[in-house]
Design a binder for this molecule. Structure first.
Ligand code: GDD
Ligand code: MG
Length: 348
């Protein structure tokens, strides 16, 4: 079994965070996101992995190299221009000799991949799509299945009034290499809009796998990016254990850092400051009486005295002025500077 991770999207919905950092390697709990996907594959014994890139590929290659630091073997494909999800898979054809697990490069899951592969094999499927239940299916690919587990319909981002089930495409597929023959080479082609409807029309063995009680989230929008941090901090994501919640930091004895929070190395937290249910990247500096709650702060940001952050995401190297109030939903790009006493709209 091999794997292909689709990591070529622009990450538009995560802007401004993805202006300098491609979505596949945005930090999640202080680790480049793709490392969690490599872990999920490794747990299932899949170590031969191709990363399908298009946008800012060098930054990703520099960080992950040949994969040996992470116990896997990585290959890369870089499309000259984005070819769509299935087009990207076709573009990697020369590297794919076996049934392949395909991951969207922005999903977090603790799915038992071995069980999905087993079911795929038992059913002699040509394609298996893993499903997840969600509350707002219409922003995803909605999948209807029959009693026998066969996919009956696949509709990508349908209108809300067209949706009758809550099961969506979790962005994980197991594909037999013979589906490669159904994808045109060198042109833009999509699993969701093109290949899956085609498989249905041809009556191919296209099945759905429904994992039992698995965690699933797409981190591709700010609210969900923040949510995954809270879920990992609270231990709700199986397979992810935070080894150490405090790096080598300078924490004032009269500062409060709660048990959930995660601090990278070289952080400074001054007297009277409070860090609650939050993640601070390496080298973050928090001045006296500042309060950071339910927030994610990327490396080397400074938070001024008495400033208050709540449910916010703050990029790298920002400066938050003294007594500034940064409220729910705020997402600040790298190097943002907020002057003293700034107030942003969201509720604190
Ligand atoms: N290499 C490459 N080339 N990768 C691409 C391309 C491309 O042209 N286009 C998208 N990708 C990658 C993105 O980087 C991302 O990891 C993944 O494919 C999915 O793209 P998104 O843009 O994040 O799609 P989405 O979240 O709106 O919808 C998809 O994911 C949902 C689950 O999270 C669809 O697959 C839905 O059906 C699905 O429910
Ligand atoms: Mg997505």
């Amino acid at each position: 079994m091999q794997a292909l991770i689709l990591a070529g999207g622009k990450g538009t919905r995560l802007r401004p965070l993805t202006v300098y950092t491609p979505k596949p390697v945005v930090p999640v709990c202080n680790r480049p996101f793709l490392l969690y996907q490599l872990d999920t594959l490794k747990r299932a014994g899949v170590t031969d992995i191709t990363l399908s890139l298009s946008y800012q590929p060098h930054k990703i290659e520099e960080l992950l190299g040949d994969g040996s630091d992470f116990g896997v073997r990585l290959d890369y494909t870089v499309e000259p221009q984005p070819l769509g999800t299935a087009g990207a898979y076709k573009f990697a054809e020369d590297l794919l000799r076996e049934p392949t697990v395909v991951f969207n490069g922005d999903i977090v899951t603790d799915l038992d991949l071995r069980a999905a592969v087993r079911e795929h094999n038992e059913r002699k499927a040509v394609a298996t799509v893993v499903l997840a239940p969600v509350e707002n299916p219409s922003v995803y690919g909605v999948v209807e299945t029959g009693e026998d587990g066969r996919v009956r319909s696949f509709s990508e981002k349908p209108r809300a009034d067209e949706v009758s089930v809550n099961t969506i495409n979790a962005g994980t597929y197991i594909l037999d290499p013979k589906v490669l023959d159904l994808i045109p080479a060198g042109e833009s082609y999509s699993f969701e809009y093109d290949l899956f409807p085609d498989l249905l029309q041809r009556g191919e063995r296209f099945y759905a796998h429904v994992p039992r009680g698995a965690y699933w989230l797409d981190i591709g929008a700010p609210a969900r990016y923040l949510q995954v941090h809270h879920d990992i901090l609270a231990g709700r994501v199986g397979g992810i254990q935070l080894k150490k919640r405090r790096g080598e930091c300078d924490l004032a004895t009269v500062a409060e850092v709660d048990e959930l929070s995660l601090l990278g190395d070289d952080c400074t937290v001054k007297p009277g400051a409070q860090i609650i249910n939050s993640v601070l990247g390496e080298g973050v500096h928090v001045e006296e009486k500042a309060r950071v709650e339910n927030s994610v702060v990327w490396p080397h940001t400074r938070i001024g005295a008495g400033a208050h952050l709540s449910n916010a995401v703050v990029g790298r190297g920002c400066h938050i002025g003294r007594s500034a109030q940064v409220g729910a939903g705020a997402v600040l790009g790298d190097k943002t500077s907020l002057s003293d006493y700034t107030q942003t709209g969201g509720a604190l």
